[in-house]
Design a protein. Structure first.
Lengths: 163, 104
């Protein structure tokens, strides 16, 4: 019953995140969706990822969103969507139906909560060492991204110089 | 309601997250909302990794995969937001259709 409640809440808050008129409110609903996803991770036995999702997904990313929205301003875009909404929902429904078909045709689902053969840190540091190096490179590019977020360009001055 | 198996409920949550995110990518024109859609999709993917790890009795491997995805997704969000802020400063809009011309 708790699983159903969390799954339905995730769906509701995800829809609220994309349908809210204000971007700041959307960012808050996204944070709530992150927190509920972290709860789902915890209930599935992935304790470490739940903590990371809660701190990074619901914390850091939300702060970055609020910061970026404050810098760039709330721009109300009541323009026509790129694709007609019924067509977009239809495509999503087709993709979901295909995924469900693949899951059902792939065999039965068995659930083995808590059957862990090896600890996560030993897999992370032993078996997936290359991923760690790639993640470090990614984090450095993220630092460069934050610098881009914080730096303020001066397009008007450059334009005057060109003229 | 109690007879619903847990994997089916989690799969429904995964599909709903991915579906809402894909709809957001297809329909919206605001750059920041596009990043919100990407975040939703990646949350669903991380959940799928953890469910897969759980169903194959190797949750640690699923956790490490989900961790990698979460780190990459956070970096994508940071760079995307930086891109959006710079585009807003230089072009005065967040509408992605305005960017398709590639001129000021």
């Amino acid at each position: 019953m708790v699983y159903v409640l969390v799954a339905v809440s995730i769906l509701v808050f995800a829809i609220l995140a994309i349908t809210s008129k204000r971007l700041l409110v959307s960012a808050i609903w996204l944070a709530v969706t992150s927190a509920l996803s972290a709860l789902m991770f915890y209930m599935l036995g992935a304790v470490q990822v739940a903590v990371i999702e809660l701190s990074v997904g619901a914390g850091l990313v939300t702060v970055l969103f609020v910061f970026a929205i404050n810098i760039s301003g709330e721009e109300a875009l009541n323009l026509k969507p790129i694709m007609p909404k019924p067509l977009a929902w239809g495509l999503v429904a087709i993709a979901a139906a295909l995924a469900i078909y693949l899951i059902i045709s792939g065999g039965g689902l068995s659930f083995a909560l808590g059957n862990t053969t090896e600890e996560a840190p030993s897999i992370l540091w032993g078996g997936r060492y290359m991923d760690i190096i790639l993640q470090i490179a990614l984090i450095f590019s993220g630092v460069l991204g934050v610098l881009g977020l914080l730096s303020e360009g001066k397009p008007e001055v450059q334009k005057e110089d060109e003229e | 309601m109690n007879s619903l198996p847990i994997p089916f409920i989690v799969i429904l949550a995964i599909l709903s997250l991915a579906g809402v995110g894909i709809y957001c990518l297809l329909a919206t024109r605001n750059m920041i909302r596009v990043i919100i859609g990407l975040q939703l999709i990646v949350k669903g993917v991380a959940m799928a990794f953890i469910l897969g790890g759980n169903m194959t009795s190797n949750i640690s491997l699923g956790q490490t995969m989900a961790l990698t995805v979460i780190v990459a997704d956070t970096i994508v969000a940071v760079i995307g937001l930086a891109f959006a802020v710079q585009v807003r400063h230089r072009m005065g809009t967040l509408d992605i259709k305005e960017l398709s011309t590639l001129k000021r």
